[in-house]
Design a binder for this molecule. Structure first.
Ligand SMILES: O=C(NC/C=C/[C@H]1O[C@@H](n2cnc3c(NCCO)ncnc32)[C@H](O)[C@@H]1O)c1cc(-c2ccc(F)cc2)cc(O)c1O
Ligand SMILES: [Mg+2]
Length: 214
């Protein structure tokens, strides 16, 4: 029977990456997606910008919207301090099954809480279910038309504090125009754009980093 793209990505990890070595997992996925089959991972070029923002924020509590196969989950988790926690939301059960195995292969499962469900349902429950106070960093990489509603939901649920950082992938391609218009025009955020390229291609893309001012 036919395999799915997530299954093929997991296969590339199990074949080419070393168990317990997150960087080798990241490298294995990037090599597979660059040489064999494009996939919507944040990728190596934008991934370096993600790494620098994670290192700068040095977050204790991170939220990722849209796990997919766990590429950026592993990338972020590998940079977190010992007691830090990365919550990642994924509502496609098949993708969640694959991502759990990629995360386990990388050996970062202690830092990661993969929640199988929709952001709209789970963001309002993070405080009561997981004792989250506020997020130090949010990585938005799910459906692009959900960036804005979910950002508003994070505000309404009191999950952002003065200094919380939002980092949004794909603000150029596929694009998140409503999100950009809102966040750049809003006095409660200080935003900057990191120009880059769409993963594994020469197409223009970039990340928008926004600091919540409270
Ligand atoms: O579409 C892109 N990403 C979406 C990610 C979706 C993943 O996240 C999961 N997900 C979605 N919404 C939610 C949700 N909440 C919202 C719904 O309730 N709650 C929980 N999980 C959610 C899905 O199940 C997937 O696992 C993209 C496209 C291109 C692209 C560029 C150029 C091209 F030509 C083609 C494609 C490049 C990129 O980097 C991209 O990120
Ligand atoms: Mg993306």
């Amino acid at each position: 029977t036919q395999s799915t793209q997530p299954q093929r990505i997991l296969g590339a990890v199990q074949k080419n990456a070393t168990r317990g070595d997150p960087r080798s997992v990241v490298k294995a996925i990037d090599q597979y997606c660059r040489n064999k089959e494009w996939a919507m991972n944040v990728g190596d070029e934008k991934g370096c910008i993600l790494d620098s923002v994670v290192s700068e924020v040095n977050p204790s509590t991170v939220l990722e919207l849209g796990t997919y196969c766990g590429y950026s989950t592993v990338r972020i988790a590998s940079l977190l301090p010992p007691n830090a926690k990365l919550f990642t939301l994924e509502f496609n059960p098949h993708n969640a099954v694959i991502a759990r195995q990629v995360i386990a292969w990388a050996g970062v499962e202690d830092k990661v809480q993969l929640i199988e469900g929709a952001s709209g349902d789970w963001i309002p429950k993070m405080k009561e279910h997981y004792g989250v106070k506020t997020f130090d960093l949010v990585f938005l990489d799910h459906w692009k038309d959900r960036y804005l509603p979910d950002t508003k939901l994070l505000e309404e649920c009191g999950l952002l504090r003065k200094g919380s950082v939002l980092l949004a992938d794909n603000v150029i391609f596929p694009g998140a125009p409503e999100y950009l218009e809102y966040i750049r025009g809003n006095q409660r955020y200080e935003s900057c754009f990191f120009k880059s390229h769409l993963e594994y291609t020469k197409a223009l893309d970039g990340l928008e980093k926004s600091v919540f001012l409270g």
